[in-house]
Ligand binder design. Sequence first.
Ligand code: RIB
Length: 331
Amino acid sequence: MATIYDVAKRAGVSAATVSRVVNGLATVDAELAARVHRAASELDYRPNAVARNLRRSKTTLWAVIISDIGNPFFTSMVRGVEDVAQRAGFSVVLCNSDEDPAKESTYVAAALAEKMAGVIISPSGNAATVNRLIQARIPVVLIDRELPGVSADTVLVDNEHGAETATAHLLDAGCRRIACITGPRKVSTAMRRLRGYQRALKAHGIAANTDLVRHADFREEGGYAAMASLLDSGARPDGVFATNNLMTIGAVECLVDRGIPVPAEIAVVGFDDIPWAHLVRPSLSTVAQPTYELGRTAALMLSERITEPSRATSAVTLHTQLKVRDSSVRG
Ligand code: RIB
């Protein structure tokens, strides 16, 4: 990694001049400043954000606030964050919000009190909490979920497209009474995936039937209860799209407990690939997210935000991929 001295040598100036240019001090001749910027760009120089934070009496800690590290989706994502943070000289403090805005708020308060260098958050739905960080000028990146009313760097996946593809796949498999088990209404991924499901039905000329939609808690027990409710409701589905990994597992457990053959009687597609989705029987069709890349991208954005606090906010959307396995293939 290029140092300030490499840049000075390349530009033919002193290290002090490079420091003044990098920190935006106007006391440098324009021609010299241009030489410094050119040399820094050619060497891909990154001002030492860690040293910068220490001078600003901040820590070298990042808070990563997610729903539940026990969920394989978040495990891989946090690993992507930590690998980048460590190389940039930062350490990660992991916080599980459990989709609880009050618990999330406690962790945000800790990040403020400790003057953490930055926060990466998969929000449980409360914009005011995240805006407290932004008002305190603590660099923030939203990951996995968007939050109306918050202007921050954001890294998402194409949730609606992934959900529409999954539902269209069930329609192509011959399903016509497709249920959707989705997450909490305040969570953007739950609502975006529900919208993708509804778009696919509409594109196939099938009227949306709210009797076939259940909102649960993104957890296994919630998926199980939602599946049981659908089976007991009389509006028996012939296909199910569950919008996260744990609820998919719960729904399939319910079908197995009821002796309902998958996919013969009810086909199943989930969202979030599961490391062992190909090992269970039937193997699970899922919409895979680039979880590690989500984390890595968010960490790079946070590192750049720390280095350049005034840069314009940006949004990155990564692509999902439908992985068709036995739980949705008929005939
Ligand atoms: O499993 C938890 C879900 O919530 C994941 O699908 C992830 O996208 C998050 O939004």
